[in-house]
Design a protein around this ligand. Structure first.
Ligand code: NAP
Length: 479
């Protein structure tokens, strides 16, 4: 036992030991904010279930949004800090238990994002050919868990349910010329499948109106700007009630979206090679089968009702319609999944918290050693940059909580803890220097194909590459 009691927590003699679970934007912004605290001595260990870091930046951001991915340069700088260590291929709750982290670290931050999806809860949702949009996104982004997924792109018409930015990403990937993706980091299996695709039309279903659409102006414009693609909106969907009109008057992105859609109606059809039809005020009621798989979607026309706070929801009008489709992508939002031994709000799909402090069930009081950041804290919304503010809020609470707190005795020197436990369990962590070797190898493979990178999607291949030292030697790198 090492006794460091007499030194304050966060002092040179007794640095604060922080574990961050998850390596997406919220995890990295938290690490960065912590490492920049003045007059604080600390070490940060980051655990990630995937072998590779960056979460949704690697596996969520669309391949034709390479600029967005440049944010990893900031995360690389964070990882270069000698007080930071990365443990990829380590799943908390399986390879390391939360109780062990609690024992060995002063503070734990859960930055695990939302790894599952909301359900539509309609008949036929689980028919073959009905997929979550997020599975499709993970597939074209080379996520190891989805590399063997199959999407039947031999169909002519596809329905996408939901009008958020994920729906826009999926739609854009389905209708654009795949040659425009050929130089990106799109997974090769997806590029080949898209080249063979017969999809001609994507029908996008929004349950409320165009003013309530969640997509942002840039994303809808990107679809309208695609060459050879007609973006259409039904004129009746742009007829607004007085409350929607007053919402528009507030300006913001809803207004810019609306103006753009109005422009699309005026422009009329251009007879492109492929079509995207936006249908607002439309809810899918049933996904119907044809020969055992998706054959059509039965939909109901909606109207909006407003509450006293000015919030709208949709109600059915009893007017139904069916359209034939061969595939359905359900893009109705992400949902968090629980971590063993960590409180979870099943209804909201989040870790219950107060300004980032995890609320443990006994009386629901906020703890002072466990924290949460990002989507699993506030819900699956907001662009990457929103996680910076969010992490800053949690770090402020973390710093308040160590003020005047007596440093507890740690069971052993922290820097050795995870390695020993993982070694005993036969788990080979992927450290940041390992990732840099993989990164170099992926870029090299990409270069040979004229792509930004070719992602390695097989976890066994990662292990083999690291074992055999087949990767190109990386520069001096942090652990
Ligand atoms: P989102 O923005 O919350 O959109 C979800 C959509 O699903 C909404 O249109 C919602 O309609 C609809 N929906 C929910 N339940 C439904 C139901 N039962 N039936 C029909 N429709 C339903 O979620 P997201 O698209 O998954 O995006 C998540 C976050 O990531 C967002 O903040 C997004 O901006 C961000 N993101 C950004 C980019 C980018 O910048 N390019 C790309 C991808 C994701 P209601 O509004 O009526 O609930």
């Amino acid at each position: 036992m090492i006794t460091r009691k007499r030194f304050p927590l966060g002092s040179r003699e007794r640095p604060l030991q922080v574990a961050i679970v998850g390596s997406g934007p919220s995890g990295f912004y938290t690490a960065d904010t912590l490492l920049k605290q003045k007059d604080l001595h600390l070490n940060v260990d980051m655990f990630e279930r995937m072998a590779m870091p960056y979460g949704l930046v690697r596996y969520g951001v669309a391949p034709d949004h390479q600029k967005t991915k440049q944010v990893i340069r900031i995360y690389e700088a964070t990882a270069g800090d000698p007080r930071f260590r990365f443990f990829g291929n380590v799943q908390v709750g399986r390879d390391l238990q939360v109780k062990e982290l609690q024992e060995h670290y002063d503070q734990i931050v859960y930055a695990v994002g939302c790894e599952s999806d909301r359900r539509l809860s309609i008949p036929g949702e689980d028919l073959p050919g009905s997929h979550t949009a997020t599975a499709f996104v993970a597939w074209y982004n080379g996520h190891p868990d989805h590399r063997d997924d199959r999407f039947d792109l031999s169909v002519r018409r596809v329905a996408v349910v939901g009008v958020g930015n994920v729906a826009m990403d999926v739609t854009r990937i389905l209708v654009q010329d795949p040659e425009g993706l050929a130089s990106t980091d799109i997974a090769e299996h997806a590029l080949q499948a898209l080249r063979r695709s017969s999809v001609e039309e994507v029908v996008v279903l929004g349950r409320r109106g165009p003013v309530q659409a969640k997509f942002t102006p840039k994303e809808i414009r990107e679809i309208g700007d695609l060459s050879g693609v007609d973006l259409t909106v039904r004129p009746q969907d742009l007829e607004l009630d007085s409350l929607a009109r007053s919402q528009l008057e507030k300006g913001g992105f809803a207004r810019r979206n609306f103006e753009y859609l109005k422009g699309q109606v005026c422009r009329g059809a251009r007879h492109g090679r492929r079509r995207v039809g936006l249908r607002f005020f439309t809810s899918p009621m049933e996904i119907q089968a044809k020969r055992g798989r998706v054959g059509s979607v039965r939909m109901e026309r909606n109207r909006l009702v407003w509450d006293e706070q000015g919030r709208s929801r949709c109600v059915g009008t009893g007017v139904f319609e069916s359209i034939e489709v061969g595939l359905v992508f359900r893009s109705v939002g992400y949902r968090g999944i629980p971590i063993p031994d960590v409180p979870f709000d099943e209804r909201k799909g989040l870790i219950p918290n107060a300004a980032g402090r995890v609320l443990r069930p006994r009386g629901g009081e906020a703890g002072t050693t466990e924290y949460v950041v990002g989507w699993i804290k506030r819900g699956p919304s907001g662009l990457i940059g929103a996680n910076k503010r969010d992490s800053a809020e949690t770090v402020r609470e973390m710093m308040k909580d160590i003020q005047g707190r007596a440093a507890r005795t740690l069971p052993e020197g922290n820097p050795g803890v995870p390695e020993r436990l993982l070694r005993e369990r036969g788990v080979r962590p992927v450290h940041f220097r390992d990732w840099q070797r993989i990164d170099a190898e992926e870029q090299e493979r990409g270069r040979k194909r004229g792509k930004v990178r070719e992602k390695i999607t097989d976890p066994q291949e990662v292990v083999a590459l690291l074992k055999k030292g087949q990767c190109r030697k990386a520069d001096k790198s942090p652990g």
